[in-house]
Design a protein around this ligand. Sequence first.
Ligand SMILES: [Zn+2]
Length: 218
Amino acid sequence: MTTGRPAPPRTHRRPRSRRVRIALVSGAVAVLLAVAVVAAVVVVPLVRPPGPRPLFQLPVACGETWQLGTYPGHDDFDVDLFPTEGEAWGRPVLASYAGEVTVAGINGSLGGRNPRNPDGPRGRGGGYWVKIDHGGRWETQYLHLLEPPLVRVGQRVAQGEQIGRVGSTGNSGAPHLHYEQRRGWEKVEAHFDGAPSGITHDDTEYTVRRTSRNCVPG
Ligand SMILES: [Zn+2]
């Protein structure tokens, strides 16, 4: 015999709401984890202070002397390189420093300038180009290459490794290498072999000669 009222039949209400609550909590935890992962992987590297400047070398063959210059309307810190001897067309373009290729493709449009047709139609932008991530938020860029880059995205390159050849694709008046060094989001004054280039703004035309120390180590 029972005393008092029998216990009410168990409903499914509580277990179901507990299950819903667990699902909601796990969903929230998953979202928080995803946010944390995005913050760690994407945001932290972007706000982390840049590392020390790599010992960049001229992006051309060891021992060669090139003219580095800029002109009004170029852009601050942009460097155009022309050889002081011989033809510019097809000269090897070398990685300034070891790193990982993050861009190897076409910027803007190629146009139609090549050694057989140097005054062909001008393209837009950088033409064939390469971007290398050197770690510590340092990057270099190489524009107007003659042909598709010799490297591919994701490839590790050594300092001095050839990544392309000098050309005049994109918005380029004559065969040359347009080159930039970047720290984080900003272009900075290009340094070579530890010395500043002196190219800081594009208010006036400015040129300087430097000899490449981009020599294979050892
Ligand atoms: Zn340029």
